[in-house]
Design a protein around this ligand. Structure first.
Ligand SMILES: *Cc1c(COP(=O)(O)O)cnc(C)c1O
Length: 223
């Protein structure tokens, strides 16, 4: 397996190059998605100065949280069952998969601090994908305003699994447009300035289209 520090050099260069292709001066946070690697490999990432880790299962998050030494910001990026919220809520800083009111209610009830949440959007409308369809996003976000433990920091999406770069780019552009529309409403509970989009195969496109958080697994830590 390639060393994470070496992968990180390559990825950081590509991130910088992609950032130059866009107008937005916003920073890009790299999240290492460690869901399919060991604790040792995850520690290697932290030792390479990666400070944001992402997991998509409660068990994985708890295991890594317990075993890792270092200052880490924890991201929950997978679909989240309502009954499992209480297992992880004290261990997460960000949840990228807020997609329904029942989940929001449970997060709000169980959290003892404000949780930074991304609302997950199914931009392409594919049946198999999680997330709200575009039309549902604004009313959903408005309905969260009484939930004192939820801050909607932005929107998240997964591009369709395809080689078609034009299609991928289109999906990211649409999420950006939606994010700008919601940010313009200036909801106190939903600044919505961030965009969580881009994985191993499409993070450069995502950054060109305005991503501020990229979630990279395979290309960074392996699988
Ligand atoms: C697994 C996963 C990633 C990372 O995928 P790679 O293709 O390995 O980079 C990003 N986001 C989510 C939601 C994931 O489940």
């Amino acid at each position: 397996m390639t060393k994470i520090v070496d992968n990180l050099i390559t990825i950081t260069e590509k991130i910088e190059k992609a950032k130059q292709q866009r107008i937005s001066p916003q920073e890009v946070t790299l999240i290492a998605v460690t869901k399919s690697v060991s604790l040792e490999r995850t520690q290697e990432a932290v030792d390479a100065n990666i400070t944001s880790l992402g997991e998509n299962r409660p068990e994985g998050l708890l295991n890594k949280h317990e075993g890792i030494t270092g200052e880490v910001t924890w991201h929950y990026i997978g679909s989240l069952q309502t009954r499992k919220v209480k297992q992880i809520i004290d261990q997460v800083d960000y949840i990228h998969s807020l997609d329904r009111l029942s989940l929001a209610q449970e997060i709000n009830k169980r959290a003892s601090k404000k949780i930074k949440c991304f609302v997950q959007v199914n931009v392409s409308g594919e049946q198999s994908k999680h997330g709200l369809v575009k039309e549902e996003v604004q009313p959903f976000i408005e309905s969260l305003k009484t939930y004192e433990h939820i801050e909607v920091v932005g929107l998240m999406t997964m591009a369709p699994f395809t080689e078609d770069e034009t299609l991928i780019r289109h999906v990211f552009k649409e999420l950006k447009t939606l994010q700008v529309e919601i940010a313009a409403m200036q909801f106190a509970h939903a600044p919505c300035l961030e965009l969580s989009m881009g994985m191993s195969n499409d993070y450069e496109i995502a950054i060109e289209e305005g991503a501020t958080f990229v979630r990279i697994g395979t290309a960074l830590v392996g699988d």
